[in-house]
Design a protein around this ligand. Structure first.
Ligand code: ACM
Length: 531
């Protein structure tokens, strides 16, 4: 064994020396001998006890995993993060020895739940313990943040690679911690979506909601209605060529998300926001005439034809094919801004469509207008109102919550990532107001909606609508630094919520984003480190 890895280790050291010489120019702030403080993590962990000597990752470090595919995959993922920057071999092994240990399923881990973990660090190693692979994965994200920011670079960097000594115990406040990407207003490739998934995983986000259809584009291949994608997906806002995911491409996204312990929540927005579908099939229109494709940014002008039987053939086919692509629990049916559907039609439509979702084994999520109909048993409503949304509308949602409808909170004037930070933000919209970093962080999901029981809140989600968002740079500039704050609202215990402490932990993330090539808004509210 020893003999076996001697040569590569030496080679790693040599590479490191060479790279260290090169990287002096333009390098990130050099790593020092002082480890990142154990609690300097976003989202804030449940509890942190700093104690004892740090662990130092060296050329001898092994990643020791339990003999299970889930633990091994997390170990390989960690190795992929650490190898390029450390230059070390970091074998992933089920054998003994010092190093980084990933342990599954011990009795003492029971209290950590499905996503929690415990991280113990000391002179002889770092051990992450969890009940499930998801917990190990989240623990690995914490470990990344405890290492110098240069660990995120893809070329060899000078260490030392110290992890502060002590214990982190951690588990999420909410099971639903989401981000939404609108791939309809502008289309994003599989690679662009995967890049965002990697960024979401850094902050323990566990749901990727894909807004797959809207007036401007239908983005998922449906075999029984092929023109939805080939015609309905052929343009986007501003008139570009748009695009759509083949089923294989979509499966790739779902698999990639699963490899980062995210569940994909697909949305087909109905009965409004359907111009792309209506343009693709004349028979879906009440007057039998297909409208032109739409490349503007108005909302509320389209509706499926609630009275036509073919509408429900269409809905059944789409939901059946989409459910078959979806290992996750949820299927989002939209339901917002149906301004061209009468209230009676809206209620009738939701009465017929929600059971279809159940028939194909999925749980309904709808935008909170669904509470104006009768949400199905077990359905979740996604609240996207504002502070000044009418009391009557809030009361309608709160009443549904008291009657058992779960809530996902996405208040638009807090967590819509497409809202401008300030009047000068070059991207984004401002219909919900300007949303600086503090505003997006400084609210409590558990106490947000008057009259809704805290127990109804299943979590939070940060949507990113893409009328003005064209590429990954744009996504990142709007998501960073607000996204990590939403992630903290979803993960960290309520007593950890404190802007003044958070902004310091947030500032410490900036060198990581720079190492990862993530552009971000340098909000004056955050004490960023000097460049
Ligand atoms: C929405 O922003 N129309 C959900």
């Amino acid at each position: 064994m020893r003999q076996h890895h001697r040569t590569p280790r030496l080679l790693g050291t040599l590479l490191l020396v060479v790279a260290a010489g090169i990287s002096v120019v333009g390098a990130a702030p050099a790593a020092t001998g002082v480890p990142v403080p154990l609690g300097q993590v976003v989202p804030a962990p449940l509890s942190v006890e700093a104690k004892g000597a740090p662990y130092r990752i060296t050329g001898d470090t092994r990643i020791r995993v339990d003999d299970s595919p889930g633990a091994r995959r997390v170990g390989e993922y960690l190795a992929d993060v650490l190898r390029p920057s450390t230059g070390y071999r970091l074998p992933v092994t089920t054998r003994g020895g010092d190093g980084i240990r990933l342990r599954l399923g011990s009795n003492s881990a029971r209290a950590l739940g499905d996503e929690g973990y415990r991280l113990d660090s000391g002179r002889s190693g770092v051990t992450i313990t969890a009940r499930k692979a998801a917990g190990l994965f989240h623990g690995v994200q914490t470990l990344r943040q405890l290492l110098p920011a240069a660990v995120e670079k893809r070329s060899a960097q000078p260490g030392p690679w110290l992890v502060a000594g002590g214990t982190v115990k951690d588990a999420p406040r909410y099971g639903y911690r989401g981000a939404m990407l609108d791939v309809s207003r502008h289309f994003f490739t599989v690679a662009q979506v995967e890049r965002y998934i990697d960024q979401l995983a850094l902050y323990k986000i566990n749901k990727l909601h894909l807004h797959l259809s809207d007036d401007q584009g239908w983005r998922i291949a449906i075999d029984s209605w092929p023109r939805l994608a080939t015609h309905g997906g052929s343009t986007q806002v501003g008139g570009g060529t748009g695009g759509f995911y083949t089923k294989d491409q979509y499966r790739r996204i779902v698999r990639y998300a699963a490899s980062r312990h995210l569940e994909v929540v697909p949305e087909i927005d109905m009965p409004g926001h359907t111009n792309a579908a209506l343009a693709s099939y004349a028979e879906l229109n009440c007057d039998g005439v297909a409208p032109e494709l739409y490349t503007g940014t108005e909302v509320g002008f389209s509706s499926l034809c609630v009275d036509k039987p073919v509408t429900y053939d269409f809905v059944d086919d789409v939901i059946r094919e989409l459910a078959a692509l979806t290992p996750g629990r949820y299927l989002h049916i939209g339901g917002d801004e149906a301004h061209s559907t009468s209230h009676a039609d809206y209620v009738a439509f939701m009465e017929r469509v929600q059971p279809v979702v159940a028939r194909y084994g999925k749980t309904v999520i709808g935008w909170h207008q669904l509470t104006g109909a009768t949400p199905a048993k077990g359905a979740l409503a996604q609240y996207w109102g504002l502070d000044d949304t009418s009391a009557a509308e809030k009361a309608q949602v709160a009443k549904a919550a008291r009657n058992g409808t779960g809530l996902i909170l996405s208040p638009a004037d807090r967590v819509y990532l497409d809202m401008k930070y300030t009047a000068d933000t070059p991207l984004g919209l401002d219909w919900a107001g300007l949303v600086e970093v503090r505003r997006s962080y400084d609210w409590d999901p558990g106490a947000y909606l008057p009259g809704a029981p805290a127990s109804a809140v299943r979590g939070v989600e940060a949507p990113l609508w893409t009328e003005t968002i064209l590429n990954s740079d744009h996504i990142e500039y709007m998501a960073f630094p607000r996204l990590p704050g939403v992630a903290e609202l979803g993960w960290s215990p309520a007593p950890a919520h404190d802007w003044d402490a958070y902004k310091v932990r947030l500032a410490a993330q900036a060198p990581r984003w720079e190492a990862l090539g993530i552009d971000y808004y340098r909000s004056p509210q955050v004490p960023w480190p000097a460049p």
